[in-house]
Structure formats: structure tokens, C-alpha cells
Design a protein around this ligand. Structure first.
Ligand SMILES: CC(C)(COP(=O)(O)OP(=O)(O)OC[C@H]1O[C@@H](n2cnc3c(N)ncnc32)[C@H](O)[C@@H]1OP(=O)(O)O)[C@@H](O)C(=O)NCCC(=O)NCCS
Length: 133
């Protein structure tokens, strides 16, 4: 089923806000296999900052996989058909908290998105919230 996924409209007095959400779960082994067989996939999907971050980690496939899930989750929350993986990237704060960076065309939406990521040995999950207000 296409986006928007879960839509909730909340009224606070005269301020009306629209919250859209997106979630994605992925098998880490699947992403590992694709990256190892396709350099094109790596360059098409991830930014240099993301690649450097993942490669700096001991279990890099978890970090690559969760970033893929993050892109899909944000795409779902935004409900935009013309936004691609490379338009959406994840940057961690000094404390490790993941934040979304969007390409120039979508910059105005960047601050309206919140993201949470988690991974185990086998699966990675991402949850995004888009506050449309
Ligand atoms: C940061 C922390 C939450 C990560 O949890 P974890 O179970 O080790 O790992 P998960 O797989 O669930 O999550 C990893 C992701 O958490 C995110 N993360 C890291 N630090 C974060 C922070 N400060 N805030 C929000 N998200 C954070 C990152 O996106 C990371 O993935 P990435 O490195 O690929 O970007 C954990 O190490 C920690 O500090 N826990 C303390 C929690 C606590 O104090 N609990 C007591 C109150 S309930």
C-alpha cells in the first residue's frame, strides 16, 4: 500500500499539525550481499559521509543496513515518489543521535523529520516521523 502510512491530525487550539510516519525493517545479510556484489549500488544509495561512517564501525553491515532502512522510512513518511535514496542521508550528532540530511531540493523539509534507528545481528529497523506543519 502506498504512502501516507499512518496519518494523524492533531489540533492544539488554533494550531493544527499533521504527523506522518514511516517505518522500515531490513535483513542485514541482504544489504551486505548487494553491496559486496555492486559498487554501483553503494554509490547510488549512500553519500560519502555515510560510507565513511559505516566503514569506521566494527560491524559495518549493521550501519549500512540501518541507513538503507532509514532512507525507506523517510521516503514513506514524506510520501514523495520523486525522492531517491541519495537525496536522504543520515548524519550522527557527536552524541550518536541520527539526524536526517536532505539534498538541496528538499532542504526545507529536513528539520521536520525525526528518526530513530536500531539494529541486531540480523535485522535493522528505522522509524521516521515527519511533522508536516
Ligand atoms: C545509544 C544507545 C541507546 C544505543 O543502543 P544500542 O542498543 O546499543 O544500539 P541500537 O542498535 O538499538 O541503536 C543503535 C543506533 O542508536 C542510535 N543512537 C546512538 N546514540 C544515540 C543517541 N544519543 N540518541 C538517539 N539515538 C542514538 C544510532 O543511530 C545507532 O545506529 P548508527 O550508529 O548506525 O547510527 C545505547 O548505547 C545507550 O547509550 N543506552 C543507554 C540508554 C539508557 O541510559 N537507558 C536508561 C534509560 S531507559
Amino acid at each position: 500500500m502506498g504512502p501516507p502510512y499512518f496519518t494523524k491530525s492533531v489540533s492544539y487550539g488554533i494550531i493544527k499539525t499533521m504527523i506522518l510516519t514511516g517505518v522500515d525493517i531490513i535483513e542485514i545479510g541482504r544489504i551486505k550481499k548487494i553491496i559486496l556484489t555492486s559498487k554501483r549500488f553503494l554509490k547510488k544509495v549512500y553519500t560519502p559521509t555515510e560510507i565513511a561512517y559505516c566503514n569506521s564501525k566494527k560491524n559495518k553491515w549493521q550501519h549500512f543496513a540501518v541507513r538503507f532502512a532509514a532512507k525507506e522510512a523517510v521516503w514513506k513518511a514524506l510520501g514523495k515518489k520523486d525522492i531517491w535514496h541519495r537525496d536522504i542521508s543520515v548524519k550522527n550528532t557527536d552524541a550518536g543521535k541520527p539526524e536526517i540530511v536532505l539534498s538541496k531540493k528538499y532542504k526545507n523539509l529536513e528539520k521536520k523529520i525525526s528518526l530513530s534507528l536500531s539494529h541486531t545481528d540480523d535485522y535493522a529497523v528505522a522509524f521516521a516521523i515527519f511533522n508536516q506543519k
